[in-house]
Design a protein around this ligand. Sequence first.
Ligand code: ATP
Length: 195
Amino acid sequence: MKVIGLLGGIGSGKSTVAREFARRGCPVIDADAIGHELLDAEPHRTRLVETFGEEIIGAEGRVDRRALADRAFASAEAAATLNGILHPPIRRRCLEEIDRCRARGRGPAIVLDAPLLVEAGLAEACDVLVFVDCDRRRRVQRWARGDPHRTAALEKRENFQISLDMKRQMADYVVGNNSGLSAITEQVARILSAL
Ligand code: ATP
C-alpha cells in the first residue's frame, strides 16, 4: 500500500483533502491529533513545562495549546526547541500507524496528514507527496476567519517552516484549493486512479 503525504501551507486545506481521501476508503493518519495527545503524555509534558514554564498548564491541568504556541512561536529558537521535543515521538507514532494500516491492508492508499511532514522527517516514509495549493489571502480568510491573533499566528509559524516553494517542488502532485470543494473531489479521484 502506498503512503500519500500531504504538504501545504497553514490552512491550505490538507485536512479537507485528507477527508476526501478518507471518503474514498483511504485510512488517514492525523499527525496533528497525535501531537495533541502527546502534549500531556510523559516525558514530553515535563519537558515542555521545564522549557516553557508552568504557565503553559491550563485550568484543567492539561497543556494549554494556545499558551504553549504563544511561547513556542515567539522565536525561531523556541520553535526549534518545541519541534525537538515533539517531532521525534510524533514521527515514531506515525510510522507505527503506517505499519498498522499496512498490516490491515484496507483501502486504496494510506494518507499521512502531518502539518510539518518534511520538518518532522516523515517525507521519507511517503511514496507520493501531494502539495495542497491555496493562496495566502484565502488561507488567512479560511483559517484565521478574521481573528487578528490567528492571522498573526499564521504569519509567525510559517516563518519557521520550510518554504512553500520548496514543498511544492518536492511534490509529485498538486491539488489546487483556490475554489470550491468539488474541485478537490475531482483532483483526489484523479490522483487515486493514477496510483
Ligand atoms: P492546518 O494548517 O491547520 O493543518 P489545513 O491545511 O489542514 O490546516 P483545513 O483545516 O483543511 O486546512 O482547512 C482550513 C479551513 O479552510 C477549514 O475551515 C476548512 O473547512 C476550510 N476550507 C478548506 N478548503 C476549502 C474550500 N475549498 N472551500 C471552502 N473552505 C475550505
